[in-house]
Design a protein around this ligand. Structure first.
Ligand code: NAP
Length: 481
């Protein structure tokens, strides 16, 4: 795979440098070393990308769905075929252990495959009319030019989860990947080019000033849709600013996931689920278990078993064999984890295992940590930690567990472990979250609709529903005379 990213902008089918000739470095979070210099684009390049996407839209929308699907299927296969190189690139810029990066490539390829399949199922409807002299058709048509903005924590999957359904629906796209992890995005768009995507249908704009790129997308009335994954703060800003041109918005934002363990649960299964949910990507995922609530009679046993397992987890560079927890993304992430840990300990929590947050060889690391005796007033229970810290608190009743789980402005993912079917149904229905893992710590999959309630966003990505975000509904009333 070509590792020269100097021409990392992709506009109207051309790989190019920024207009100013300026570039910026992408660094490896494991040691701070520079991996690549990429073009630093801003408003001017974004406007050129919008021009290209706007020009390309009518022909792309008019292509038969099966042709669009074929390109998506080829793209999916190409990502799988380049799994090892993509994974290595992802680990270099994001830090996650190689095995996780490989898993993410498969996950990312899965979205291209799923939406390649869904492309052929954009059905309309014929609705019975009130008179024999009319017919009512309901058509679903592509929304138009899409601005897609993605975060650093899943550098491949967040791109395909947006770009694949947009292309399947017949939309054209300007992609703005996170400035910390643009290389994986560039690499997978190169594969999309090889799969035969026509010029202008997908454009990539990378830069150090997200506001310049974002504002150019927001201000242009030709951009009909903003799809965003990232922080709630930026999501709200994009939603407000989209109002002026009434753009459609889909927002996948922050989470504050509760993880409930009832006394009747299979405790080993619950520990396994909590570890998968909490420590994947060094705890830097939006669906990461942020608050673990365990029913009083089993809290000590659960914490003990979890600490035993967590103690064995190795921290280090994602490329080292046996490492399961990589570096944190940057100093800011490190400061946040440190603050959450220090605040909890100062307010009376105890460290069952881990607890060290440190700088080493230019990278920022945190040991996988289990905290016990945690209370709601602590920052670690009130804010998304985005790091490998598992705070455990106890509860007495199902009602209390649900009340505490729901007492947050967020509503992305929640988890519950129980062997009681009736309780499982009650709790799954009572949790005010868009995703519930019932005896499942890893619910995300291309086949299912992913998204949040409340301030965790709006709209769904993945699943059959993932196409809806890129389709307008048109009603045609046909008069027969
Ligand atoms: P972020 O700071 O909001 O950044 C996300 C993206 O938005 C980046 O590409 C960023 O560009 C861009 N951006 C920042 N300010 C912007 C602006 N004013 N206009 C336009 N674009 C702008 O979030 P993050 O720190 O990368 O990601 C972590 C957050 O994402 C967490 O809260 C996590 O829970 C959430 N997340 C949610 C999901 C989900 O599916 N719900 C999935 C993953 C992550 P730069 O990189 O240049 O700053």
């Amino acid at each position: 795979m070509d590792r020269d990213f100097g021409r990392g902008l992709y506009i109207d089918g051309q790989w190019q440098q920024s207009r100013s000739g300026r570039s910026f470095p992408v660094t490896n979070p494991a040691d701070g070393s520079v991996i690549a210099e990429i073009p630093d684009a801003g408003a001017e390049e974004t406007r050129a990308a919008i021009d290209a996407a706007h020009r390309a839209f009518p022909a792309w929308a008019a292509r038969p769905a099966l042709e669009r699907a074929r390109i998506l299927m080829d793209w999916s296969r190409a990502m799988e075929a380049h799994q090892d190189e993509l994974a290595r690139l992802m680990t270099d810029e994001n830090g996650k252990p190689l095995a996780e990066s490989r898993g993410e490539v498969t996950y990312a390829a899965g979205f291209a495959q799923w939406f390649g399949e869904e492309a052929r199922r954009v059905y309309g409807e014929i609705v019975p009319a009130a008179t024999s002299l009319k017919r009512i058709w309901v058509l679903r048509q592509p929304v138009g030019v899409v601005g897609a903005i993605t975060p650093w924590n899943f550098p491949a999957a967040m791109v395909t989860r947006k770009v694949a359904p947009a292309l399947a629906a017949g939309c054209t796209v300007i992609l703005k990947p996170a400035e910390q992890t643009p290389l994986t995005a560039i690499a997978i768009v190169r594969l999309l080019e090889e799969a035969g995507i026509p010029p202008g249908v997908v454009n990539v704009v990378v830069g150090q000033d997200p506001v310049a790129i974002g504002d150019a997308l927001l201000d242009d009335p030709r951009v009909r849709k903003i799809t965003f994954t990232g922080s709630t703060e930026v999501g709200k800003h994009l939603m407000r600013r989209s109002a002026d041109t009434m753009k459609r918005v889909s927002l996948e934002l922050g989470g504050q996931a509760p993880f409930l363990v009832f006394a009747d649960a299979d405790l080993d299964l619950a520990v396994q689920g909590a570890i998968a949910s909490k420590f994947r990507n060094t705890g830097q995922t939006c669906v990461s278990a942020n608050r673990i609530y365990v029913e009083e009679p089993v809290v000590d046993e659960f914490a003990h078993r979890m600490a035993q397992r967590v103690k064995e987890m190795r921290v280090g560079r994602g490329t080292e064999p046996g490492v399961v927890v990589g570096p944190l993304i940057d100093r800011q992430g490190y400061e946040k984890v440190k603050l959450h840990l220090e605040d909890a300990v100062r307010q009376g929590a105890s460290v069952a295992t881990g607890g060290r947050v440190y700088e080493s060889g230019g990278g920022f690391y945190a040991e996988p940590t289990v905290l016990v005796g945690v209370e709601e007033r602590m920052v670690v229970m009130r804010e998304e930690t985005f790091g490998p810290v598992a705070p455990i608190s106890s509860f007495k009743t199902e009602a209390e567990a649900l009340e505490r789980a729901n007492a947050t402005p967020y509503g992305l993912a929640a988890y519950a472990y129980t062997r009681d079917l009736a309780r499982g149904v009650r709790v799954a229905e009572g949790l005010e979250y868009g995703i519930v893992g019932l005896n499942d710590g890893m619910p995300s999959t291309p086949q299912a609709p992913f998204g949040g309630f409340k301030e965790s966003g709006q709209g769904r990505e993945g699943g059959r529903q993932g196409m809806d975000a890129f389709l307008e509904i048109k009603f045609v009333s046909v008069g027969l005379g």
